[in-house]
Design a protein around this ligand. Structure first.
Ligand SMILES: C[S@@+](CC[C@H](N)C(=O)[O-])C[C@H]1O[C@@H](n2cnc3c(N)ncnc32)[C@H](O)[C@@H]1O
Length: 280
């Protein structure tokens, strides 16, 4: 069984919002979904403040988990799809209760092939891309460019860097690889229960921007996001698919990623990180 399935089986709300004081099934459903409502309200406000008009026909919540954001999106869009790798997460999201304009989709594939081309006016992803290795995340983001409708907007939060300036954080990340310690670890593992792993990765901003440039997306904003604890550094990247099919670039000319420069916010982002994003 996949790690995310096991996490969803044992403590699903905590697996999504890992706040220490909520470990052991101590999230109330009401409080949990209130964080999703607050996050989506903050996203919509930020998009409006950037002057982006979002088509409300269909939205996609990528890495939807229990549908924390999906349900809040469903109050604002005619239809919403929530997609997740974990079939247990999807089963639990459905079991929480049906919403007529939501489809929860289990997607075990390495891309978004079950989803239609140019179907979504908005794609949202919070605290999910950080759980995929960069290579896998790059494939999903590339495919998001296909499923985004013309003029559609993507709002992706992701870890972009690993900062080990804090010595305690660095110590946690560096393992003693001496022979003695490796023998000790393997002996210990025989007696210990298999630990559930919630792997966390980062996706270099330079690589992401390169994908967007190749796919001829318009980069709208890169916003520092203080919601993820050290040693990770997080950003929200907002991009848009152009309304018109771009003209093929003349031979030897590299297409520009953005016709107008992206907004770069520094320091604490106006509007801050999405409120529910505090528990990562
Ligand atoms: C921390 S939860 C966040 C859920 C949701 N985005 C939210 O904010 O409530 C991370 C989710 O990412 C999902 N996930 C991990 N790898 C994935 C992948 N390759 N494709 C889709 N979902 C994935 C996990 O199953 C899990 O449900």
């Amino acid at each position: 069984m996949q790690s995310w399935d096991m996490l969803a089986q044992t403590d699903p709300y905590w697996a999504v919002l890992t706040s220490d004081d909520r470990r052991g099934n101590r999230w109330s459903e009401e409080e949990f979904f209130a964080t999703g409502e607050a996050d989506v309200a903050a996203i919509m406000t930020r998009l409006a403040s950037l002057g982006l008009v979002v088509d409300r026909t269909r939205a996609l919540d990528f890495g939807c988990g229990l549908g924390r954001l999906t349900r809040a999106l469903a109050r604002r869009f005619a239809a919403v799809d929530g997609v997740d790798l974990s079939h247990v997460m999807i089963e639990k999201a459905v079991a929480i209760g049906p919403v007529s304009n939501v489809r929860f989709i289990h997607n075990p594939s390495e891309d978004l092939s079950p989803l239609d081309d140019e179907a979504y006016g908005l794609i949202v992803s919070l605290i999910s891309i950080q759980h995929m290795p960069e290579k896998a995340a790059a494939i999903y983001v590339g495919d998001m460019c296909r499923v985004l409708a013309r003029g559609g907007v993507a709002y992706l939060q992701l870890n972009t860097f690993l900062s080990v300036s804090d010595p305690r954080a660095a110590a946690k990340l560096t393992r003693d690889e001496s022979l003695l310690n490796r023998v000790y670890r393997s002996a210990r593992s025989v007696f210990r229960k298999k630990r559930l792993r919630m792997d966390t990765h980062y996706f270099r901003l330079s690589r992401l921007l390169n994908i967007l440039e190749r796919k001829r997306m318009q980069l709208v904003a890169v916003v520092p996001d203080s919601s993820v604890p050290e040693p990770f550094v997080s950003h929200v990247v907002i991009f848009r698919k152009r309304d018109q099919a771009p003209l093929p670039a003349p031979a030897g000319v590299t297409p520009a990623a953005a016709s107008s420069g992206p907004a770069m916010e520094s320091g604490g982002a106006p509007g801050g990180p999405p409120p529910g994003a505090a528990h990562r």
